[in-house]
Design a protein around this ligand. Structure first.
Ligand code: AMP
Length: 446
């Protein structure tokens, strides 16, 4: 196939040492300029170095490791590159990107993840792929079945490794690393790098090249995302949400809730009010999740109500709004949620509902991201008085758990009408402007 004259080879990628077959593919998908993480990561990965790369979500990490690894692999050997990701959605997305990059290389790429028949993945392994993208549990399962010879892996990537730790894959990560006895080239990428990740890297990497693309004075969230908070009582959240959506008229929005049950409740309430919303969480069958994601990607659904776990890997460029219906439990989760909007240079807005007693978490978020959230005005919204407190239910009796705990779906205590203390009649506002110091996260909050 000859290269189309109207598609010039992206010279900036060529200067990084990217080979012609990949440059052609990049031209076709209109990658002209490498992002910072790509500029800094491609050369050391091409040189065979172990790399620890930190970069915000949506800044092109997949190409940063994917392009040089495609170039490095030996066409004659199978099971060479293993890319481990935390969720099925991200696995599908990374596979899709790799297929696009490898268009003129004819590399066999497979994607494996839990939640669908093992038979499917068994067939995929029989085709002896050179690149495998997968979730930890399924990768180990295939190894136990002797279908995925991890000892043949020469390049091992852990994508979003901070999230993998959060959702309990720590042991699986270690098992995978220990099974790759061939001392593969190791690449870890992460939006945030905690002490813990650093420690693990020291153990498993040889003389790694460490790349931080966020400097202490930078924000971790995308500067193009306008970030707001609104003080909203737990019992007022649905009403505030509907008013916010009516005022903002988002093109595509993701609403994050803490539990699967809240996700279902919010999606149902929005549909009843005529919004075009769908729920996505880990209890849905895989094909239903894929259907919802397709609908969202193609604009047939414009509001996705999601748990954090289900949101990993949602790479839809036109997401205009992220709404944190429930405050994330960890400031790093906030970074990931807000990273769903304002991707690759587009604009976007993020709103966070902050209830009484959650100001500290807001401060933690602001310190981590180095962004002071602006107070939001929700047109038509006034706080309502606290409904009668239900004395039969306190937080200790609540079964509310975030989805990532893997527990059965349940409601958050605040969704059940419980509030820790009475709530002021005006929206909660931070007591005083908080000084924000450019702080780079080195400690993980537990
Ligand atoms: P990632 O951070 O890898 O999820 O990438 C975010 C989105 O940006 C994906 O849709 C990529 O296809 C796209 N992308 C990555 N790098 C570039 C680039 N250099 N030029 C244009 N788009 C890019």
């Amino acid at each position: 196939m000859t290269h189309s004259p109207e598609l010039p080879i992206p010279a900036a990628f060529e200067e990084l040492g990217v080979e012609h077959a990949i440059l052609r593919a990049l031209a076709e998908i209109h990658f002209v300029e490498p992002s910072e993480i790509q500029r800094r990561m491609i050369p050391p990965v091409l040189a065979g170095r172990d790399v620890l790369g930190q970069a915000r979500t949506g800044t092109g990490k997949t190409a940063a490791f994917g392009l040089p690894l495609l170039q490095r692999l030996d066409a004659s050997a199978a099971f060479q590159v293993l890319i481990v990701v935390p969720t099925r959605e991200l696995a599908v997305q990374v596979e899709g990107e790799m297929i696009r990059f490898a268009k003129h290389k004819h590399t066999r790429i497979a994607c494996v993840y839990g939640g669908r028949k093992v038979l499917h993945d068994e067939k995929a392994m029989e085709r002896r792929p050179q690149v495998i993208v997968g979730t930890p549990g399924r990768i180990l399962d295939l190894q136990i079945r002797q279908l995925l010879p991890l000892e043949q892996v020469r390049h091992l990537v852990f994508d979003e490794v901070d999230r993998m730790f959060d959702i309990g894959f720590r042991d699986d990560v270690r098992k995978i690393i220990n099974s790759c006895r061939s001392q593969p080239q190791m690449i870890f990428v992460s939006a945030t790098i905690s002490d813990e990740i650093n420690r693990m890297v020291q153990q498993h990497m040889r003389n790694p090249e460490t790349i931080f693309t966020a400097k202490p004075e930078d924000t971790l969230t995308n500067a193009k995302a306008q970030q707001y908070y609104a003080g909203v009582n737990p019992w007022d959240k649905l009403r505030a949400l509907k008013l916010l959506l009516a005022a903002e008229k988002p093109g595509l929005a993701i609403i994050f809730c803490r539990t699967k049950r809240t996700v279902d409740k919010v999606a149902k309430a929005l549909n009843e009010r005529g919004f075009n919303a769908s729920a996505i969480h880990g209890d849905l069958m895989q094909n239903k999740r894929e259907r919802v994601m397709r609908g969202f990607r193609h604009g047939k659904i414009n509001i996705l109500v999601a748990t954090d776990l289900a949101s990993r890997g949602i790479d839809v460029h036109e997401i205009t709004h992220v709404i944190n219906y429930d405050v994330p439990e960890d400031p790093e989760v906030y970074v990931h949620r807000v990273g769903r909007t304002a991707r690759m240079g587009a604009g976007g807005k993020a709103y966070t509902f902050v209830a009484h007693g959650q100001g500290q978490m807001q401060t933690e978020i602001e310190k981590l991201t180095n962004v002071l959230l602006e107070p939001a005005q929700i047109p038509g919204f006034t706080p309502s008085p606290e409904p009668n407190r239900r004395l039969d239910r306190g937080p200790q009796q609540s079964t509310g758990r975030p989805e990532s705990s893997g527990s059965p779906s349940s409601a958050s205590p605040v969704e059940e009408g419980y509030a820790p203390t009475s709530f002021p009649s005006t929206p909660a506002a931070p007591a005083a402007p908080r000084p924000i110091h450019g702080r780079f996260p080195t400690r993980r909050r537990r």
